[in-house]
Write a protein that binds this ligand. Structure first.
Ligand code: GLN
Length: 496
């Protein structure tokens, strides 16, 4: 019942449900699944009901309503909210109450959405499993022994658990698409600059993008429409026309569309055979809708992960320097006044030591090293050059096709604990997703079937910059032709 925002809008318009009733259902769904999955860092029950009441009153008075009126939306806890804490799932920001709303949050309010709460994530969005959260792991509703992916694991899990129809995630290297794939839902990373980053706590500023997550393409389109657009307070925001994303979804006729199959990714040994098969099957679905399949290659794709894992930590080390316990964030209570570096430096060090978790510290150290004098040319500047080559590969591929089809992840959802002590294995989860971030492209993860254990598998489409419409067009046709996005996990019953 909380599966489809479009359906909930219709039910309200017909007078069959009120925003308050919908919000109550969402809150009680959260209450019954939270013990099993821990998807939320904060549930704003009272405020949500208050918002829903206002929406119902507006409707009763015949006032105009926003496009998400009465729809519960969960927001990843990396986005600033003026009336709820914003923790980034870190001890560092445990008590942070932002004095302002992120642009996307402001836009949700203008759209009359009901912000239900904030979702759990890997600390500062660094991770692929939501295991690095300071507030406990989030579990995958399909199998609670497994991770929901990350870093937007809470955002994906709460949709998959039937808590809310829509959620906002952020994607620096795959954090919307990979959890969407692990949880059997749809997630879109927009073009860099399409959606404002104002009020998104920075991880790696040249890669970060906010994006929508939902079961189906029409719902993803609805949420993207509400959050896309120019924001003068974000210097990287694109001042470009935003098309009507829902209009494009009316057809399943893909004749004239060329879809490029990535030869490297289908040959990668690391790829689970069930995922390879799901990508092949998806190709056949697109062909049956009239699309033409062509083989393309991205010769530098083997450098995606190494390039990303230089650039992202470099930017993170710089962005996270603001958390020193004085300007921002957790401040230690045990300043060493006798420290050889003096009390101020001791306060910085201890605050950062206590506030950050191990993965965040690892990235800060890698980034600081790669940016330091004598090494910046060898690592950071070199990575920037390779990034250009990677972007060039995509430009070239898009002269041969309109969209690229490939996997989202090398494997379906892995077990909690399986990779958390092996950072390299965790980083390799991003094998197929970081390319779109390095090149600034839009990309979507779609449910594409399941493996022999019944775990969801995602397939990925990537498009040239600002071609979200094309992505949604093909993705919508795929979902009209398939039922993968209609599969649901068993209801969550017991607590693990
Ligand atoms: N898994 C990637 C990382 O750990 C991506 C994270 C993200 O997109 N926020 O950096």
């Amino acid at each position: 019942m909380l599966d489809s925002a479009a359906e909930l809008l219709r039910l309200q318009e017909n007078g069959d449900l009120t925003a308050v009733e919908i919000t109550e259902k969402s809150l009680s769904a959260i209450e019954s699944s939270e013990k099993s999955i821990n998807a939320f860092t904060h549930v704003a029950a009272e405020k949500a009901i208050e918002t829903a009441r206002r929406v119902d009153a507006k409707r009763a008075a015949g006032e105009p309503l926003g496009p998400l009126a009465g729809i519960p939306v969960a927001v990843k806890d990396v986005l600033c909210t003026s009336d709820m804490p914003t923790t980034c799932s870190s001890r560092m920001l445990k008590d942070f109450l932002p004095p302002y709303d992120a642009t996307v949050v402001e836009k949700l309010r203008v759209a009359d959405a009901v912000i239900i709460g904030k979702t759990n994530m890997d600390e500062f969005a660094m991770g692929a499993s939501t295991e690095t959260s300071a507030f406990g792991v989030t579990r995958n509703p399909w199998d609670t022994d497994r991770t929901p992916g990350g870093s937007s694991g809470g955002a994906a899990a709460c949709v998959a658990a039937g808590n809310v129809p829509l959620s906002l995630g952020s994607d620096t290297g795959g954090s919307i698409r990979q959890p969407a794939a692990f949880c059997g839902i749809t997630g879109l990373k927009p073009t860099y600059g399409r959606v404002s980053r104002y009020g998104l706590v920075a991880f790696a500023s040249s890669l970060d993008q906010v994006g929508p997550m939902a079961w189906s393409v029409p719902d993803v389109a609805l949420l993207l429409q509400a959050i896309a657009g120019f924001e003068p307070r974000d210097s990287t925001s694109l001042n470009q026309y935003v098309p009507n994303y829902s209009e494009i979804l009316q057809t399943t006729d893909l004749r004239g569309l060329k879809i490029g199959i990535l030869s490297e990714s289908s040959e990668t040994e690391a790829l689970d055979p069930a995922i390879r098969k799901a990508v092949q099957d998806a190709g056949e679905v697109f062909r049956s809708c009239g699309a033409e399949l062509v083989e393309v290659n991205l010769p530098h794709s083997e450098y995606w992960v190494p390039t990303y894992y230089v650039i992202a930590p470099c930017e993170a080390s710089s962005n996270l320097s603001r958390y020193d316990g004085a300007h921002y964030g957790h401040r230690t209570e045990s300043i060493d006044t006798g420290s050889e570096h003096g009390p101020l430096v001791s306060a910085y060090c201890r605050s950062r030591d206590e506030g950050f978790g191990a993965e965040v510290k690892r990235r800060i150290m890698v980034g600081t090293y790669a940016l330091s004098e004598g090494y910046a040319d060898k690592y950071y500047n070199q990575a920037l050059k390779v990034r250009r080559l990677i972007k060039g590969d995509f430009d070239n591929a898009f002269t041969q096709c309109d969209l690229l089809l490939g996997p989202v992840t090398p494997s379906p959802a892995f077990r909690i604990g399986e990779k958390v002590d092996d950072p390299i294995q965790m980083y390799l989860c991003d094998l197929f997703t970081v390319g779109a971030n390095l090149a600034g492209l839009p990309a979507i993860s779609l449910p594409g079937g399941s493996d022999s254990k019944g775990l969801p598998i995602g397939i990925q489409l990537q498009a040239p910059v600002l071609e979200e419409s094309r992505l949604l067009f093909a993705a919508g046709a795929f979902q009209t032709a398939t039922d993968h996005h209609k599969q649901r996990p068993q209801p969550l019953t017991e607590t693990k």
